[in-house]
Design a protein around this ligand. Structure first.
Ligand SMILES: Cc1cc2nc3c(=O)[nH]c(=O)nc-3n(C[C@H](O)[C@H](O)[C@H](O)COP(=O)(O)O)c2cc1C
Length: 329
């Protein structure tokens, strides 16, 4: 049936309006990113975190150089020199010398020195003496190492384990996940990969009434939200990103972390359900205020968590045939 001219005009106007709304939401997302990430040097209010991000970026490039199959002695000199300067910038800006990534930077410099020393290659012109005192024990393991060993049996179990995870929507009301268990799940989830190992993930946890309050802002828990004892809000700290190219990195890494977290919960006998945060900025502002999430963190998703009630069922959530996902080139 042919559309009338008026109907076509209405459709065009509706599309134009939605396009404008989308532009506005994208601009608000970009604004939040712009105010948090580093651009052409650190912004005063985020200075230390921006320097920390730079420290990580630089020490990680050096770390990668140390594990290359064709390791080239004295490579990455410009990065090494900049890293040494950054350690001073960090201290001058009032950064804590016990801070994890500052210590990791020192450990990588020492590892660079040791690798060359073991090959009888002099790098004393590149590294000031204070950085390579072998008697001083590094507070952080950084540099290069042999990978962790894993048995063939462990490897074979992964498929069965991954396939046994399901979103659960029936939780036992009288068992709240123990803090130590949740902490250990986060400890494993942070093994997720991240760009230059910058680890921007943050997890905000809420229980009982506070969890219910958080769920009241989310639109996908109708019919089962009242049974969720613990809610995690996964965010990404955008201060550790820089420039326009990394504008979506928080969502990407937040997703990778969240998957790891869901599996880590599952491994501890805890059930979970991922809950979308596909919302407009006006809703984001409301949850952010109630959840006390700082402006520089991007909310990625919510995760409901608890012990599944006995005899609970899960959705089949059938997957399309694998051929649909793969295109060999
Ligand atoms: C980012 C994300 C957001 C989701 N949001 C919701 C939600 O709001 N409500 C809900 O009931 N399930 C939600 N789910 C769960 C999906 O429905 C579920 O993962 C999918 O059907 C596959 O089922 P499975 O997790 O049991 O394998 C979400 C999943 C993801 C990954």
């Amino acid at each position: 049936m042919k559309m009338s001219l008026l109907a076509r005009l209405k459709k065009k106007c509706r599309r134009a309006l939605e396009w404008m709304k989308l532009q506005r939401e994208s601009a608000l997302d970009a604004h939040r990113y712009f105010c948090s990430a580093s651009w052409a040097g650190p912004a005063k209010k985020h200075e230390l975190t921006h320097i920390e991000s730079d420290l990580i970026k630089h020490y990680h490039v050096l770390e990668k150089g140390l594990v290359m199959a064709d390791f080239r002695p004295r490579s990455g000199v410009a990065i090494l020199k900049r890293l040494i300067v950054l350690t001073s910038i960090w201290k001058d800006a009032g950064g804590d010398e016990n801070e994890f990534h500052f210590q990791a930077a020192l450990a990588v410099i020492k590892s660079y020195h040791r690798k060359h020393h073991n090959l009888n290659i002099d790098v004393s012109d590149l590294i000031p003496p204070g950085f390579c005192d072998e008697d001083e024990i590094c507070k952080v393991d950084a540099g290069s190492k042999l990978p962790n060993e894993i048995s063939a049996d462990d490897l074979a179990k992964f498929d069965r384990f991954a396939l046994s995870r399901h979103s659960v929507r029936q939780f036992s009301l009288d068992r709240v996940p123990e803090h130590a268990l949740l902490t250990s799940a986060v400890e494993v989830a942070i093994s997720a990969p991240s760009v230059c190992n910058r680890q921007t993930w943050r997890v905000h946890l809420y229980e009982g009434e506070a969890a219910q309050k958080m769920l009241s802002f989310q639109n996908g828990n109708r019919g089962f939200g009242h049974l969720i004892p613990t809610v995690a809000i996964v965010t990404s700290d955008m201060r550790l990103f820089g420039g326009g190219g990394e504008r979506y990195q928080g969502w990407i890494e937040g997703g990778l972390f969240s998957m790891n977290f869901l599996l880590a919960l599952h491994a501890r006998g805890l059930s979970s359900v991922a809950l979308n945060w596909s919302r407009l900025n006006k809703d984001d502002r409301l949850l952010r205020a109630a959840a006390k999430i700082p402006e520089h963190e991007r909310i990625i998703m919510l995760i409901g968590c608890g012990y599944a009630s006995e005899g609970h069922e899960v959705t089949c959530s059938p997957r399309s045939p694998v051929s649909q996902f793969i295109k060999w080139h």
